[in-house]
Design a protein around this ligand. Structure first.
Ligand code: 6PG
Length: 248
């Protein structure tokens, strides 16, 4: 494992493979959860979608990690969701439920209702987040898990889409023309209010985007992952060696 910090204060750690990345992420999840609970509080975490984090979620469900967290004090949210029903194979909720959330009390999970009209789902989820965090200000998640697409998108903040410019709403429905679909996503204000953001990125197909995001000049519209710079928090990239292959 190698560690460094870039000029934007982003911590970058590389690992031999995705299994090692997932084990590191699982350990960090437990550490952050235990820290949040030590103060007698709850642990609020927004889950990433896609395929990369599934190994992490399955690891967290194993006794080695599961037995170290008081799950009744963990509140699960989602960073984004596809506009599909919860039992759809494309659903991020379905993936996380099968991998981990089936073992968690339903009351601890705030699902984005992908089956609803996108705008209604966004309004409803913003209300749910505000109900959990308080009506005023921007919610500060203890931990937000994120992935990165080969185009540098994260959550459902895709290049050149309207959601990138949202400065007040916490959740928006984002039209992604290149996928010919709507997505539901947390916005930069929420991502950048987090105490800890953890990117999990694996695979050679992400190497060019990782290089552009971490080594390249600021260009958030082209590489939306660049826009994740918590104002009072830490962002860490956990990369496998393939995804880190083009890093300077
Ligand atoms: C989604 C995710 C998205 C994902 C990246 C990487 O809903 O798809 O939130 O941002 O993290 O697209 O996806 P993979 O992990 O499948 O490569």
């Amino acid at each position: 494992m190698s560690t460094n910090m870039d000029r934007s204060g982003r911590q970058i750690e590389t690992f031999p493979d995705l299994d090692a990345v997932s084990r590191e992420a699982a350990q960090r999840f437990v550490t952050h959860a235990q820290a949040a609970m030590r103060d007698g509080g709850r642990f609020t975490v927004a889950l990433a979608g896609g395929s990369t984090p599934e190994r992490l979620y399955r690891l967290l469900a194993t006794p080695q990690y599961r037995d170290r967290v008081q799950w009744e004090r963990v509140h699960f949210f989602f960073g984004d969701e596809r506009c599909v029903p919860p039992d759809d194979t494309q659903s991020n909720y379905r993936m996380a439920k099968n991998a981990l959330l089936d073992a968690v009390p339903e009351a601890q999970v705030s699902r984005i209702e992908g089956e609803r009209a996108p705008q209604d789902a966004a309004v409803a989820y913003e209300a749910a987040v505000r109900a959990a965090f308080g009506a005023e200000g921007v919610p500060r998640f203890d931990l937000i898990l994120l992935g990165m697409g080969p185009d540098g998108h994260t959550a459902s903040l895709f290049p050149h889409t309207d959601a990138l410019n949202e400065t007040t709403r916490l959740v928006v429905a984002n039209r992604v023309a290149k996928l010919d679909t709507w997505r539901l996503t947390l916005t930069y204000p929420v991502l950048n209010a987090a105490a800890h953001v953890l990117f999990l990125v694996g695979g050679a197909d992400k190497a060019a985007a990782v290089h552009a995001v971490l080594d390249g000049p600021p260009n958030r519209d082209e590489y939306p992952s660049q826009g994740v710079l918590p104002t009072d928090g830490v962002v860490t990239f956990l990369l496998d060696s393939a995804a880190a292959g083009q890093l300077r």
